[in-house]
Every structure is written in structure tokens, then in C-alpha cells.
Design a binder for this molecule. Structure first.
Ligand SMILES: [Zn+2]
Length: 70
């Protein structure tokens, strides 16, 4: 009985660990490249030339994420 309980706990901990790692890798700061991440317009700061590009980039990222699932 206790063995089954231990296994379940280990699995839960592993799942949680993976979830945390996945969340961390998604939240890594993007490198500054001096170009808009979406349209590659030259920019002095940030990652996008305007908020529209940022929104479109986020949408694109979500679409890629969704289409990557099989
Ligand atoms: Zn842009």
C-alpha cells in the first residue's frame, strides 16, 4: 500500500518539476537584437517596433505552439 502511494507521489513530483521547467523556459527573457521580432524593422530598444507587432508575434507563437501538438 505504501509502495503505491510512494510511486504516485514521485510521479506527481516529476510532473510538477517538468511543468515548472516548461514554464521557466517559456519565460526566459528574449535577447535584444535591435530588430523587431515580428517584422524585423530596426528598433533602438525592446523587442518590437510597436504593440501591434508584439500582439501579432504572440499570436503567431501561440499558433505555432498549438500546431506543434500532435
Ligand atoms: Zn515590427
Amino acid at each position: 500500500m505504501s509502495d503505491i502511494y510512494d510511486q504516485a507521489t514521485d510521479q506527481e513530483m516529476m510532473d510538477r518539476d517538468l511543468a515548472i521547467k516548461a514554464a521557466r523556459s517559456q519565460n526566459q527573457p528574449m535577447k535584444f537584437t535591435s530588430h523587431c521580432k515580428y517584422c524585423e524593422e530596426h528598433i533602438d530598444r525592446g523587442h518590437f517596433c510597436n504593440s501591434e507587432c508584439r500582439e501579432d508575434f504572440e499570436k503567431m507563437k501561440k499558433m505555432k505552439h498549438l500546431s506543434g501538438r500532435k
